[in-house]
Design a protein around this ligand. Structure first.
Ligand SMILES: Nc1nc2c(ncn2[C@@H]2O[C@H](COP(=O)(O)OP(=O)(O)OP(=O)(O)O)[C@@H](O)[C@H]2O)c(=O)[nH]1
Ligand SMILES: [Mg+2]
Length: 371
């Protein structure tokens, strides 16, 4: 068995600073000279919490900041580029360390429940979702499940399960799919919604073929917009492939935006689409042009991708549909599929056992204090 483990705690990708955790007996890295502190203070014996400047590897090497965050834990903060991280992990492996994922490392020391809470926190892509995930990682979910276990009372389980879908979306963005006839302005709209020219806009009907995705945060919620081929019958083979893909994406959507051209009014095909997706938001684009159909104007949310009119209201309506309620501070939210599955099992069978599995060994210890 390895004397120590090493894992990058910061997510993959470039950042200003990356953090690598060494856990176990990592002292060989220091005694063999893989790193040296700049003032000659031994990191192995430095007090927990003391911050040390150090140099990693032979010249030119890396300047790093070291800090023991626990008796057997050394956090190495280095440049955020992937090369620096890869090099430190490779040196740790060469010194006999076992390279692991952050989730595996936390699981080893704190247990699976804490590891998955920290794992999802590291994948949060907005401040708003990170705040909610941080609350769960800081004990809100654990405390409330523990309370149910201690009180042998599952009546409040549905209050936690209520937030399952919301919890899933804290790391997997809500999917909003734009559909409608060719040329109504779907690509123009996705560009407006995400704030940059992601999708090609052209007066030629049938411009968009493949599914074009773009991620954005609306009101702090991560949303993946999908622009799709305009739907029409009698399309040539290539365009038809795009239409088939569009239909498949519609089935996976959390929200469908049916875009129509208000200057043209609603066609039979538009009406059929509305009937097929009754939960969809109907968006009447091109309201800067003279509308021909007052009924369409009444039914649809009017916007203009040219002037920008109506886009703020549309954004608010999208957020309202996707996130109709936001948990108050202190609300327990399940954040992983495993947590949701075990909560559902406890609820379905009115059985407390899955909750022990959910929290891991700490929960069992509390249940049988005399053991
Ligand atoms: N006047 C006006 N023109 C618009 C508006 N939105 C889009 N257009 C124009 O409508 C044409 C088609 O726009 P697109 O965004 O490419 O339409 P689409 O629905 O993606 O079309 P397909 O990809 O072919 O299905 C372009 O010439 C746009 O400039 C609008 O609000 N007002
Ligand atoms: Mg298009």
């Amino acid at each position: 068995m390895s004397a120590f483990s090493a894992a990058a705690l910061t997510p993959n990708g470039r950042g200003a600073v990356a953090t690598i955790r060494l856990q176990g007996d990592w002292s060989a890295l220091e005694t063999s000279g893989v790193f040296r502190t700049s003032r000659g203070v031994s990191a192995s014996t430095a007090p927990v919490g003391r911050v040390l400047l150090a140099h990693w590897g032979p010249p030119p090497g890396e300047d790093v900041v070291l800090c023991r965050s626990d008796k057997h834990v050394l956090d190495v903060h280095c440049h955020g580029g992937q090369a620096a991280v890869a090099r430190i992990l490779a040196d740790a492996a060469a010194a006999g360390g076992e390279v692991r994922t952050a989730k595996e490392l936390v699981k080893q020391s704190a247990g699976l429940f804490e590891a998955e809470c920290l794992d999802v926190l590291s994948r949060a892509c907005t401040l708003r979702t990170a705040e909610i995930l941080l609350e769960q990682a800081s004990g809100t979910l654990r405390d409330q499940v523990q309370r149910l276990i201690d009180g042998r009372d599952l009546s409040k389980l549905d209050e936690i399960l209520h937030w399952s879908e919301f919890g899933r979306h804290l790391t997997a963005p809500w999917r909003v799919v734009l559909t409608g006839a060719p040329n109504v302005g779907k690509s123009s709209l996705i560009n407006r919604l995400v704030g940059f020219e992601r999708s090609i806009v052209n007066p030629t009907p049938g411009t968009t073929r493949d599914v074009v995705t773009a991620e954005a945060a609306l009101d702090g919620w991560p949303i993946c917009f999908e622009d799709t081929a305009g739907l029409r019958s009698g399309a040539a083979a290539l365009e038809q492939e795009g239409i088939d893909r569009a239909r498949a994406r519609l089935e996976q959507a959390d929200l469908v935006l049916i875009v129509v051209d208000v200057s043209q009014g609603l066609s039979d095909a538009d009406r059929a689409l509305c009937a097929q997706y009754p939960e969809a938001l109907l968006v009447g684009n091109k309201c800067d042009l003279a509308p021909t159909d007052a009924a369409t104007l009444r039914m649809a949310r009017s916007v203009s991708c040219v002037t920008g009119v109506g886009l703020e209201d549309l954004t608010a309506a999208i957020v309202d549909r996707l996130v109709p309620e936001v948990p108050e501070s202190g609300t327990a939210v399940p954040v992983s599929e495993r947590q949701i599955r075990l909560l559902q099992a406890a609820f379905a069978d009115n059985d407390i056992a899955p909750l022990f599995d959910l929290l891991g060994s700490n929960a069992e210890a509390k249940q049988t204090p005399d053991a």
